[in-house]
Each structure stands twice: as C-alpha cells, then as structure tokens.
Write a protein that binds this ligand. Structure first.
Ligand code: PMT
Length: 220
C-alpha cells in the first residue's frame, strides 16, 4: 500500500548459486542455498516493492503477490535475466554466488572414467554485478562480498571497482555467517566507505537491516 517505504519501487535481486555444466550429468557449483537473496526479496515485497528475483538452482520457494521468480541455471543465463529487467528497476541487489569460471566446452556425452588425472579447462564468466555497475543510471546498486581474508579492504575494493552504491560484507571467518546457514553476520559499507556492522542474526532480520540501510541512504 501507499504508506510503505518501497511503494511504487521496482527491485531486482539475484540469489543462489550457479551451476556450470561439465557434461550432461555434472557441473561446477557452490554452497549457496539462495536463502539470503530470497529473504531480501520477501522483505522488499513486504515493504511495498514489485520484485524480480532471479535465482540459480535452489530448493527454496517464495509465494508473494509482488514477487516474480525467474529460475536460471548458469551464470550466463543469470546475466541475461538480470540485464533484461535492469533498466526498469530502482534498486538492484546481487546476492547470488556466481561461478567466476565455467568449463570451456561442455562434453556432449558423459565423460568416461579413464586416466588417473583429468583436466578441465575453465574460462572466465562475465561479472554480472560489474556489468550492472557499468550500465548504472538511476539504480541504487548493491553488491555482496563473501570474503575469507582482508575482508573490509577487499569489500571496499569491490565496491569501487564495480561502481556500486553499497556493498554487504559477510565473512566465512564469522561463525554462523555465509553459505547455507539460517543466520548471517554482515557489515554494510556505503559509497563514502562508511561501515556499519551488525550482530549475528537470522537472514530474515539481516534482510530487514539491509533494506533499512538502503532506505536511509536513498530517502526512499
Ligand atoms: O545463499 P545463501 O546460502 O543464503 O548464502 C548467502 C551468500 C553467502 C551466497 C551471500 O550472502 C553472498 O555473500 N553472496 C555473494 C557471494 C559471492 O559470490 O561473493 P563474491 O565476493 O565472489 O562476489 C562479489 C559480488 O559480485 C556479489 O554481489 C556477486 O553476486 C557478484 N558477482 C560475482 C561474480 C559474477 N560473475 N557475477 C556477479 O554478479
């Protein structure tokens, strides 16, 4: 309804892992469950926004009259889905754990067990968040940084390199933070590199903290 802070706003969120096919039965993936992105989508809708959630393979479901889910598999599909709607949105948050590389070729048939070693050549995927940063106009663009070392420094580097308005840092060194867990522990870093750190809490509550920060930074 009209009183809600994100009423009339459009939001794009990426969530989950990507799967990069090796052959018809195998892929390279990661441990993202999609939970962080799904909670961000649900919160945005509860705050009044119209949400497009682009999700990699995830068992999660979300039924909300203001959320449309587009399910994709690979980084390339996620790239296309994200760009398709980007021009029409006011906010974009990339919470997906996108594969940085994919197998150079996908074998037509299941690869047979043979030698003791098997090499798979990987090629770089496009960085979705970086490309959204390049195209950015009126959008408020938020990235995530999943770090294991030099956390704050690396996150600030990503914020600047990818032309973001803010970045959400989560560290695999913090207990209960990151992949798969029901909880997360984040820091919100804005464009001026001001940092606000939060306690460990449920991803639903983390999502609300993130939206409160975004709303405070944009007077939405
Ligand atoms: O899904 P959950 O199990 O709930 O876990 C949540 C999470 C840990 C996946 C999430 O909180 C998180 O940190 N997501 C980003 C993970 C990641 O890949 O971080 P990164 O530091 O490698 O990437 C930086 C940013 O660039 C991210 O916003 C990422 O979405 C984006 N990116 C990266 C590579 C690429 N090819 N395209 C991208 O858009």
């Amino acid at each position: 309804s009209k009183g809600l802070p994100l009423f009339g706003k459009k939001v794009l969120i990426t969530a989950g892992p990507t799967y990069e096919a090796i052959d018809p039965v195998r892929f390279i993936g990661n441990h993202s469950s999609g939970k962080m992105g799904f909670e961000l989508a649900k919160r945005a809708a509860d705050l009044g926004a119209e949400v497009l959630l682009v999700s990699g393979p995830s068992h999660l479901e979300l039924t909300h009259s203001s959320v449309t889910i587009e399910r994709v598999t690979s980084a390339d599909e996620m790239y296309k889905a994200a760009h398709k709607s980007y021009e029409s949105v006011d906010f974009a948050i990339c919470a997906a754990a996108v594969a940085d590389y994919r197998p150079k070729t996908i074998a037509d048939e299941k690869i047979k067990k043979k030698d003791d070693e098997l090499a798979i050549t990987l090629v770089k995927n496009k960085d979705i968040l970086f490309s959204l940063g390049e195209k950015k106009q009126r959008q408020y663009l938020v990235g995530f940084a999943l770090e294991t070392e030099n956390e704050v420094e690396n996150a600030k580097g990503k914020l600047q390199r990818k032309n973001l308005d803010a970045i959400v840092l989560n560290s695999l060194n913090d207990y209960g933070a990151g992949f798969g867990t029901a909880t997360n522990k984040i820091a919100f870093i804005d464009k001026n590199l001001d940092i606000k750190t939060f306690e460990l809490k449920s991803k639903a509550d983390v999502a609300l903290d993130i939206w409160n920060e975004i709303i405070a930074h944009t007077n939405a």
